[in-house]
Design a protein around this ligand. Structure first.
Ligand code: HEM
Length: 220
């Protein structure tokens, strides 16, 4: 516990790692969502943004590796904390009484797995272009890729479902971040929940607006 590695392996250390990597990932999704909304300004705006992000290979790969490490640590902390929790209760209760906290924790795990599956699909879909149902993928035409793919109903619906999972994961995750950081006074609970809900709604609805607008024919 006295060395940084010891701290990282303690329960508190793992919670802090989960909170801080979560914070970094929330920052990323907020920026990514805001950048993606440029699709409403037309092909030039979003394609220009895409080109700008790829201008420096060093910056691009630094961001990619940072995100990969953050996701890896976030999942490691979640998995090992769950295992520690289960190990501390070796004999299961004869009759389980559902608790709000255990339900939330279970939903976080299910949502987390769905989001991981979404991210793998998303990278194969809009970054590498390996999955391109019914259209030609282009590494420079972000607008074309996004609009063509969300005209396919199952792709648009899959994104919308994943963004609903993101809404739940962010709402509980941001609230938990405040708890871990020690801002947990009961008097602050309403403000903590409000901040978490507002950020989560902003991010998920911002993302959902894109497949919804394309599916509804507003963007073409
Ligand atoms: C409607 C929702 C979304 C849309 C339209 C969207 C759009 C895009 C596009 C067009 C790219 C490729 C950019 C380019 O190559 O120029 C991309 C990359 C990426 N997106 Fe999304 N995205 C969405 C949601 C998300 C979410 C929720 C996450 C994370 C949970 C995410 C994570 C990423 C990552 C990690 C990359 C790879 C960035 C890189 O090239 O390294 N996206 N997204």
């Amino acid at each position: 516990m006295s060395t940084p590695l010891g701290f990282a392996q303690s329960t508190v250390g793992r919670k802090v790692i989960m909170a801080l990597t979560g914070l970094l990932l929330v920052g990323f999704v907020m920026g990514h969502m805001a950048g993606n909304l440029l699709v409403f300004n037309g092909p030039e705006a979003i394609n220009g943004w895409g080109a700008l992000l790829k201008r420096s290979a060093l910056v691009l790969w630094t961001v990619r590796i940072t995100l990969l490490v953050a996701v890896g640590l976030h999942i490691w902390a979640a998995l090992t904390l769950t295992r520690l929790n289960q190990a501390s209760r070796p004999v299961d209760y004869a009759r389980r009484v559902p608790q709000a906290s255990t339900l939330a924790a279970r939903l976080m795990r299910i949502g987390g797995v769905l989001l991981l599956a979404f991210i793998v699909f998303h990278l194969l879909h809009l970054t590498t272009g390996t999955i391109h149902p019914g259209y030609e993928f282009s590494h420079t035409d972000v607008y074309g890729n996004v609009v063509s793919s969300f005209q396919v109903p199952w792709v648009a619906l899959f994104y919308i479902v994943a963004m609903v999972a993101l809404l739940g994961h962010l709402t509980h995750g941001i609230w938990s971040f405040f708890q871990t950081m020690g801002w947990s006074h009961p008097r602050l609970d309403t403000i903590r929940r409000t901040i978490a809900t507002v950020i989560a709604l902003m991010v998920s609805l911002g993302f959902i607006a894109i497949p919804a607008a394309i599916l509804g024919g507003v963007l073409r």
